[in-house]
Design a protein around this ligand. Structure first.
Ligand code: C5P
Length: 220
């Protein structure tokens, strides 16, 4: 049998990335941040001055797009060519175009192929894969599928703590509009059949990690 796949989806600001990474560390599994890949492609387009709203230009760029992502949760990095973009892909200028990139079906298919190859070849016993369409499209047959949610209020409060340079109102508006755009492409607000919902609204970070680990143990 291949590695155990733990699929986790959820909206922006649900704490998915940090929770998923900590869950991978707790279980000794690999960690795949699929959103980082959409962000890396967006960063690459910005650097090359390619308009992310023109699908044909984005698709043409895929042939030259070389990215690498660390799947060891203790050694996380994102690279495009020789550039380390681990930090840069979190910048607002990247975040503001990523939904345009992610709505292109050819981009999704291209990245999904890479995600599946990474999942199949990981040397770890398992892999926690996190994004928006992992439970439904990328790994619908995963033995563990989780929707990680939190109230909009809680998500905004967490995100505005992270980004001190932006006002809380601007952060809230950016989150809302990104979720709205992303929701038109994939549904990550409602749990699909067989997907377990973990609501972190009233949980702190450690409690959320423990709740997810508990679901993994009960389903594997
Ligand atoms: O998770 P994160 O906020 O880093 O994701 C960045 C963006 O990548 C999302 O806003 C969405 O547009 C896109 N995404 C996606 N499908 C995934 C993961 C991310 O469309 N599985």
């Amino acid at each position: 049998p291949g590695p155990v796949v733990v699929a986790i989806d959820g909206p922006a600001g649900s704490g998915k990335s940090s929770v998923s990474r900590a869950v991978a560390q707790a279980l000794g599994y690999a960690y795949l941040d699929t959103g980082a890949s959409y962000r890396a492609l967006s960063w690459d387009l910005l650097m090359r001055g390619i308009d992310a709203s023109v699908a044909a230009s984005v698709i043409a760029e895929l042939g030259a797009f070389e990215f690498r992502i660390g799947i060891d949760p203790d050694d996380y990095y994102v690279r495009v060519g020789s550039a380390d973009v681990t930090e840069a892909i979190r910048e607002p200028r990247v975040t503001s175009v990523v939904s345009l990139v992610a709505r292109i079906p050819e981009v999704r298919a291209w990245l999904n192929d890479r995600f599946r190859a990474i999942m199949a070849s990981t040397p770890f016993d398992g892999i926690v894969v996190e994004g928006r369409d992992i439970t439904t499209v990328v790994a619908p047959d995963a033995p563990v599928r989780i929707l990680l949610t939190a109230s909009e209020e809680a998500r905004m409060a967490r995100r505005s703590k992270e980004l001190t340079s932006e006002s809380a109102a601007a952060v809230g508006e950016a989150l809302r509009s990104r979720d709205k755009a992303d929701s038109r492409v994939v549904d990550f607000m409602n749990a699909a059949d067989g997907v377990t919902t973990v609501d972190s609204t009233d949980l702190d970070f450690a409690q959320t990690v423990a709740a997810v680990v508990e679901v993994v143990h009960s389903q594997t």
